[in-house]
Design a binder for this molecule. Structure first.
Ligand code: DGL
Length: 270
């Protein structure tokens, strides 16, 4: 048994979709969330910078007493986890292998993700390793994250942006589409509308929550707290984070703590 928190992190508010799944699956667990909103988006950044940011956040989560860390960020999972996982002092979970596993039964799979995730081909490689007959198309949607970070997830303008971004998928006619960035589930209804009702959308969040639950159970690390704490940290504006978190989670999140993760300028992709 352990009452230490599960830590989840993302470049911004996207990972709240994973936090929600973990909180529903594991209601007795204390949760800690770090949004690196001062440096969002990660998707246009070079790999080394993404790894550095992840290292800082992992150190922060460990210092906060996390018993397990979840990269609720596909870009971090794709580019930083392969290098950092073995150095992490606590177990470290990601989203990419989970999402790829869920898509294995399908023959034609599209992956919507950030530019960095697409550049890594992490999803494609994981998918093909599981089912070498799968046809894969990867598509970067760099317009989605800034829109979600502004809380714009519905309305005509948001739909126009989404349908223009996913239009290249229509000729490929995928059976399933992986929402390979944790910001994208916030746009799920618009993506579904643009692609049509027959396309199966895959959000790895629930399966990530199941995997974390199974791991904690197997290791005897589940918490039994009746009223576990939930703490939110952001490197950006706590007020703005709170507004978005309450919009996406549909409940009050209380105090949001500022955290001073080093702020670096946005660099161009190497
Ligand atoms: N939500 C993140 C992901 O899953 C990062 C998006 C970004 O910052 O570009 O990839």
């Amino acid at each position: 048994m352990s009452n230490r928190p599960i830590a989840l992190y993302d470049s911004g508010v996207g990972g709240l979709s994973v936090l929600q799944a973990v909180s529903r699956r594991l209601p007795n667990e204390a949760l800690l969330y770090v949004g690196d909103n001062a440096r969002v988006p990660y998707g246009g950044r070079p790999t080394e910078q993404i790894i550095d940011f992840n290292r800082e956040i992992i150190d922060f989560c460990v210092a906060q007493g996390a018993k397990i860390i979840v990269a609720a960020c596909n870009t971090s999972s794709a580019l930083a986890l392969p290098q950092l996982r073995s150095q992490s002092p606590v177990p470290h979970y990601g989203t990419v292998n989970v999402g790829a596993r869920q898509a294995e039964p399908f023959k034609r799979v599209a992956i919507l993700a950030t530019e960095a995730t697409v550049r890594s081909h992490a999803y494609r490689d994981a998918l093909v390793a599981g089912n070498r007959w799968t046809e894969v198309m990867e598509l970067a949607c760099p317009t989605f994250v800034p829109m979600v970070e502004q809380g714009e997830v519905e309305g005509d303008h948001a739909y126009d942006v989404v349908s223009a971004a996913v239009a290249p998928l229509l000729a490929f006619a995928p059976e399933a589409v992986i929402l390979g960035c944790t910001h994208y589930p916030h746009l799920r209804p618009l993506i579904q509308l643009a692609l049509g009702p027959r396309v199966q959308l895959i959000d790895p969040a629930m399966q990530v929550a199941d995997d974390v639950a199974n791991f904690l159970e197997t290791c005897g690390l589940l918490s039994t707290q009746a009223d576990p704490s939930r703490r939110f940290f952001t490197s950006g504006s706590p007020q703005q984070f709170r507004g978005l978190a309450e919009q996406f989670l549909g409940e009050s999140v209380g105090l949001v703590w500022p955290t001073t993760l080093e702020v670096l300028p946005l660099a161009t992709t190497a």
